[in-house]
Design a protein around this ligand. Structure first.
Ligand code: CS2
Length: 489
């Protein structure tokens, strides 16, 4: 079977959608940092939709940590398949909007030179929560982060996303070129403002005048991004090869749903995102809060409880009526009342989410979503909890999500087997858990002291302590499935 490439593209079967433009005439207008599966199922698809009319907005991607995406896509001339999956089947489409991929570790100078060149007007990012090198509870740059320490000592050869962005901006400033716009597409609260704070602070630590210039000259629009993208498996690769008649080293499986809400603030210019389905708005924050608290808050709750109860995929957990009831209650009773979204039908949004989580064709592993909880909990569950505690309201279901995370990071499941806990703080979290033994109260006391996650306020809050520790006792004594049943009511 041939490898997917510009040459083999002509032979894909008629039912497969392929780029509707001449790729030879494309020019890069965007550098995207973090060219993982999410970007390729989301922003790269919107760009693919507009390149026929606007060929100078193609993407050059960069991988910051591993060369595997580059190794998969370069032999394919940047082409890859996305497959939209639901109960009706798998619908493949070949995407052509990524011109090339650079490996930031081995091609750093080339990448920075490209970011510094005037044709690049947007630098976008999906580097995951931990890629911002910040303190998740406060959203401030973590100046002691090893990559930040490295990048401040070696500003011309940075490793981190803030380091790369600031070095490219510094070169534009010296060359009297206008700044590019920095567009975060990660699941962070106020992701534009947060990125602005982190990048400006990093620049100021390099040089105060550079910090001021970044504050004054660089736009950081916020965005709300949404599409569920499970990790690709070898079985997926086989399915795609069968459908497109070519080998694709890294196809992306996703769902039909996609949403992108963007703050319309691009002084350096932008593609007409609104022509391909994105919503351009003045204020993204209400949408971000809605999505992070409703979708991602439910997702993390399903991930920890689901994993502990033995469910491999989100849809498997959604096959248990007690889980559905719990998540329905979490959104209806505890999250929706904290949101202010005039004009949006939040119960309808909830029902759509429940249907998306239950999509049986999407093999989304609970373990995948469970990753990096220390970076995710604050915006997904803890902000909602804070709002409700301040208003004197109950936090029963939200607190169960937090307790399940605490149980999960012990690294031992309900059968006594090891859990592969992936988290930048895993060593510290598992040491706290080991120290607590199987005493739920000690486990709570140890973990809640991690103020980078919980802040001082929650670590000292008596109600939070009582509700989460009671759930932890139940998780240890009765297990996740029983606890879900009990709390769901
Ligand atoms: C998920 C998200 O892995 C996770 O933490 O909650 O990636 C989620 O699938 C996306 O945000 C959906 O838009």
């Amino acid at each position: 079977m041939p490898r997917l490439s510009s040459r083999s593209l002509a032979n894909v079967p008629a039912g497969v959608i392929t780029p509707a433009y001449d790729r030879g005439g494309l020019k890069a207008g965007i550098v995207h940092l973090g060219i993982g599966a999410f970007h390729r199922a989301h922003m790269a698809v919107y760009i693919d939709d507009l390149l026929a009319a606007h060929p100078d907005w193609a993407i050059v991607g960069a991988s910051l940590r591993r060369p595997d995406t580059k190794e998969a896509l370069v032999p394919q001339d940047g082409l890859y398949t996305i497959a939209i999956r639901d109960a009706s089947g798998t619908h493949p489409r070949v995407i052509g909007s990524i011109l090339s991929v650079l490996d930031a570790n081995t091609e750093r100078d080339k990448l920075i030179a490209l970011m510094a060149s005037p044709e690049i007007r947007i630098v976008s990012l999906t580097v995951t929560e931990k890629g911002y090198c910040h303190d998740p509870a406060t959203g401030e740059l973590h100046a002691g982060h090893p990559d930040i320490v490295h990048d401040l000592a070696n500003p011309q050869s940075p490793k981190s996303a803030p380091g790369l962005i600031v070095e490219a901006l510094a070169r534009r400033r010296v060359a009297a070129q206008p700044a590019f716009t920095v567009m975060s597409c990660d699941n962070l609260p106020s992701n534009g403002k947060t990125t602005r704070r982190i990048v400006s602070r990093f620049a100021a630590l390099r040089d105060e005048a550079l910090g001021r210039w970044v504050e004054e000259s660089v736009a950081f629009p916020s965005t709300m991004v949404d599409r569920i993208v499970p990790a690709t498996t070898d079985a997926d690769r086989e399915t795609i090869a069968g459908l497109i008649g070519a080998d694709d080293a890294w196809p992306i499986m996703t769902e039909p749903f996609t949403q992108w809400v963007i703050e319309d603030h691009f002084p350096a210019g932008r593609p007409p995102f609104e022509t391909v389905g994105a919503q351009m708005v003045a204020d993204v924050e209400p949408f971000e809060l809605m999505k992070l608290r409703m979708l991602n808050g439910s997702h993390s709750t399903l991930a920890y409880l689901g994993y502990l109860a033995g469910h491999q995929h989100v849809a498997d957990a959604m096959g248990d009526p007690a889980f559905v009831k719990l998540i329905h209650g979490l959104m209806s009773e505890e999250v929706i009342p904290t949101l202010h979204m005039p004009g949006t039908d939040l119960p309808a949004y909830r029902d759509e989410l429940l249907a998306r989580f239950a999509n049986p064709a999407l093999k989304h592993r609970t373990w995948q979503i469970a990753m990096d909880g220390s970076q995710k909990l604050p915006q997904r569950l803890l902000g909602t909890i804070r709002d409700r505690l301040k208003a004197g309201q109950t936090i029963t279901r939200l607190a169960l999500g937090v307790a399940a995370w605490m149980r999960y990071v012990t690294g031992i499941d309900e059968k006594g087997e090891t859990i592969d806990v992936k988290d930048p703080m895993a060593t510290r979290l598992m040491a706290i858990a080991a120290n607590a033994g199987d005493d739920p109260e000690r486990l709570f006391d140890g973990l809640v002291e991690v103020t980078e996650i919980f802040g001082r306020d929650l670590s000292e809050n008596g109600t939070f302590r009582d509700v989460v520790s009671a759930h932890l006792v139940s998780l240890f004594d009765e297990g996740a499935a029983e606890t879900v049943k009990k709390v769901a009511g």
